[in-house]
Design a protein around this ligand. Structure first.
Ligand code: DGL
Length: 267
């Protein structure tokens, strides 16, 4: 019996994962952590991402969650094992969930620099479907622009063309949104990508994987988006985060400022 799911990202990207989880699993209770003091993760060194992941996993254990959803691909790529080692509870990630959604033989992945250079998507997809060719494209400009609320800007459009062109030139048949912030750009990306190329949101696979813990839902698609069972925490700027949540989720939640420093339960 899963009482409460812990879900984390560097910032607002995890909303896209929470959205898919709530769409599929309705009234599930979640604890959302946005590590806003350290966003973006995608340009950090692996060693720092691993330290952050360890700190967050400990924090979730102190908060008594019964499973952790790693709603950040960068952490999935470089520190999934760290979270697993710290927390002896179910840990569910995006990358292996995405790999199971792929049926095409030429795959493009848009991701942060850290995720792209880790080759985590390439390795997972090729392990799941040998013979698949995977092209990974780093998109360093996206997360700062999304966090700054510039989702419909000319800059986003310019960078989207720049990042997608090598994948389209390579003849990919599907593009994976390999950073949880990127589904927020889906409408703009869809305008650039030819109609026959599929866009994949790994969060759909993650929400399906949750069936193993929560059971297969009888009905799906909760609309409008319901966050009444979610507590939101951040490591800086709760007011700013609440405003972004109001814009993206349509409801202005209470947001708690938390410290991730180890608590007495471990020391
Ligand atoms: N949304 C996260 C990811 O999926 C982190 C992005 C960032 O902070 O750079 O990779």
């Amino acid at each position: 019996m899963i009482a409460r799911l812990g879900l984390f990202d560097s910032g607002i990207g995890g909303f896209t994962v929470l959205n898919k989880v709530v769409e599929r699993h309705g009234d599930v209770h979640c604890l959302y952590l946005g590590d806003t003091a350290r966003v973006p993760y995608g340009e950090k060194q692996a060693s720092e991402i691993r330290l952050i992941a360890k700190e967050i996993a400990h924090w979730f254990l102190c908060e008594d969650v019964s499973a952790i959803l790693v709603a950040c691909n960068t952490t999935n790529s470089l520190a999934f094992d760290v979270v697993q080692k710290v927390a002896n509870i179910p840990i569910i990630g995006l990358i292996n969930a995405a790999a199971e959604l792929i049926t095409e033989s030429k795959v493009g992945v848009l991701a942060t620099s850290a995720t792209a250079s880790s080759n985590a998507y390439k390795n997972q997809i090729e392990a799941f479907r040998p013979g698949t060719i995977v092209f990974e494209q780093a998109c360093p400009a996206f997360v700062p622009l999304i966090e700054a609320g510039q989702m419909c800007s000319n800059s986003i459009n310019r960078f989207a063309v720049e990042y997608l062109t090598p994948l389209l030139d390579a003849g990919v048949e599907v593009v994976v949104l390999g950073c949880s912030h990127y589904p927020l750009l889906q409408p703009f990306l869809q305008e650039i990508i030819p109609k026959h190329i599929r866009l994949v949101d790994p969060a759909i696979g993650l929400a399906q994987k949750l069936d193993r813990l929560l059971g297969t839902p009888k009905t799906t698609l909760q609309s409008p988006f319901s966050i009444s069972n979610t507590r939101f925490c951040v490591t800086s700027n709760p007011i700013d985060f609440a405003a972004k949540a109001a814009h993206l989720l349509g409801v202005c939640p209470e947001v708690d400022l938390v410290s991730l420093r180890p608590k007495a339960c471990f020391f």
